[in-house]
Design a protein around this ligand. Structure first.
Ligand SMILES: [Zn+2]
Length: 504
């Protein structure tokens, strides 16, 4: 006969669910598999002593005890209780059919007392697996708080003695439910106002608006400008405009981080990922390894948060090309052998770039030592399909950065982002004035803008109108100013834009 049950597998760095199988046949031997023999023998000796103290029978027979994951668990004393329950099921003391849906944990004293093993309470705890599908978790004081969130709500039961576990499983006694706060209830709140990035910014009102609009519309933003104009600072400050995570969103963020082996405590703070330009395309998108395990990339880790790509031109061509789908908010497929999965990260993407290899092109020919050919080759990586997928192109110069006023208070911008977002979610009607239409059409004609570019142009004009208008109006009215703003924020639509051709 075979009995199976679940236990707590203590391991570093990630604790896991241990699967316990106990088989009994005729004979008188005890075989152990998956854990060291001495650990198995010590556990069984402790358990049998406890059985005797508690007046429980010791069953004869040849047993094979198998524990999975094999050769990985560090502290095996937590498995005393599940092994004891499996032995009692063979003896007919507890129902064997109930045990596969019971998760239990705890070291057993020779008197039958169950306690957490030394060091586990405050140990390297440990991310909960996806909620266990069990009927009950039998946990002693000290482990309850840590392990209760592993199971369904209200199923963790306080079990400090072997007799209590037996009485519960035979229906003689009910056990007190361990009251737990969920991890989310104890989450770290997010106070973006405390961050220093935003306060230190100096930006023109136009650029403040561009950041706000990118935050509202979740539009990818490309910041191009001379070295030392604070592009990276701006990109990181943008993170402070993002809305905090909701419980469901945090779960998704945590899922990706867990797959990558990055511990994450419950927090409302949206992720901020800033991969180095030596990152590979696989590092950006993620991979599936030979065993079919998903290893998320930077895009998935930045889900519901910000992916910040500093010096985009320095990234490999593969990386830049890999961004095409994600920049359009499309999913991408990861596959290997017969395994595949579609990833659809939803986050913000901000990239920065120098305008030329020396970084000082915008300062004028006296400052930049690059030839026209070098500048063109440098920007070629961005030009065309990739740059086009960034909805907003923002240009920064040293002169502008020096003369720019300090930014408005973060909370006013955040409020405006939130109220504009709320308004847009009610899907108000949109009206475009003839003058605005003319500007947009002229932009499209002059620069031979693609359908995608045109779509971005309209989207930005609409968001600009919503940003400038009073939230809650029944209609968003796109005027000439809105269209002009959108046109201004599409510098890569202009061929050889660095020569600054003005619209006729
Ligand atoms: Zn240069």
């Amino acid at each position: 006969m075979l009995v199976t049950t679940l236990g707590y597998g203590a391991a570093v760095p990630n604790a896991c669910v241990a699967h316990i199988q106990l088989h009994r046949t005729q004979g008188a031997r005890f075989h152990v598999s998956g854990i060291p023999w001495t650990a198995g023998r010590n556990a069984v000796s402790r358990i049998y002593a406890a059985f005797e103290c508690c007046g429980l029978p010791r069953l004869a027979g040849a047993f094979t005890l198998h524990i999975r994951p094999t050769d990985y668990l560090k502290d095996l004393t937590t498995l005393d209780l599940p092994i004891a329950l499996a032995l009692l099921a063979h003896a007919g003391i507890v129902p064997s059919e109930a045990l596969p849906r019971i998760f239990s944990a705890g070291e057993m004293g020779l008197d039958g007392q169950i306690r957490p093993p030394e060091g586990i309470q405050n140990g390297p705890e440990s991310q909960a697996p996806d909620t266990l599908n069990v009927d009950a978790l039998l946990l002693p004081d000290g482990l309850g708080r840590v392990l209760a969130p592993w199971g369904p709500r209200g199923k963790a039961l306080r079990t400090n003695h072997l007799n209590q576990a037996v009485a519960y499983l035979t229906g003689l006694q009910s056990l007190p439910v361990i009251a737990t706060k969920t991890r989310w209830n104890e989450r770290e709140r997010w106070h973006p106002e405390d961050g220093q990035q935003w306060h230190g910014l100096r930006l023109s009102p136009l650029h403040v608006k561009a950041l706000g609009i990118a935050a509202v519309g979740q539009l990818p933003l490309l910041i191009i400008g001379s070295a030392g104009t604070g592009k990276s600072h701006m990109a990181r400050a943008f993170h402070q405009l993002l809305p905090g995570l909701k419980a469901e969103q945090f779960k998704e963020v945590e899922h990706a981080h867990r797959a990558k082996g990055i511990p994450l405590s419950a927090s409302e703070k949206p992720p901020l990922r800033t991969p180095h330009h030596q990152c590979t395309a696989a590092g950006l998108l993620g991979t599936i390894d030979q065993s079919g395990t998903w290893m998320p990339g930077e895009l998935s880790l930045a889900h519901h948060g910000l992916l910040c790509l500093d010096e985009l031109c320095e990234f490999s061509r593969d990386c830049i090309e890999a961004l095409r789908g994600p920049l359009e908010g499309e999913g991408f497929l990861l596959s290997r052998a017969r395994q595949s999965r579609v990833e659809l990260p939803k986050g913000w993407i901000v990239a920065t770039s120098n305008p030329c290899p020396c970084g000082r092109f915008n300062e004028g020919p006296l400052h930049c030592s690059c030839t026209a050919g070098r500048v063109q080759r440098y920007l070629q990586r961005l030009s065309g399909p990739v740059a086009e997928r960034f909805a907003l192109h923002m240009e920064t110069t040293t002169a502008e950065a020096a003369g720019a006023p300090p930014v408005p208070a973060l909370h006013t911008i955040r409020e405006q982002v939130a109220s504009t977002q709320d308004w847009l979610s009610t899907q108000p009607a949109v009206q475009t004035s003839p003058k605005a239409n003319r500007i947009l059409q002229q932009h499209a004609r002059t620069f031979n803008t693609s359908a995608r570019g045109l779509m971005h142009l309209h989207a930005v004009a609409r968001l600009h109108a919503a940003w400038e208008q009073r939230a809650g109006d029944p209609v968003i009215e796109i005027g000439a100013d809105d269209a002009a703003f959108a046109s201004q924020m599409r510098i890569f639509d202009r061929p050889r834009w660095w020569e600054k051709p003005e619209m006729p």
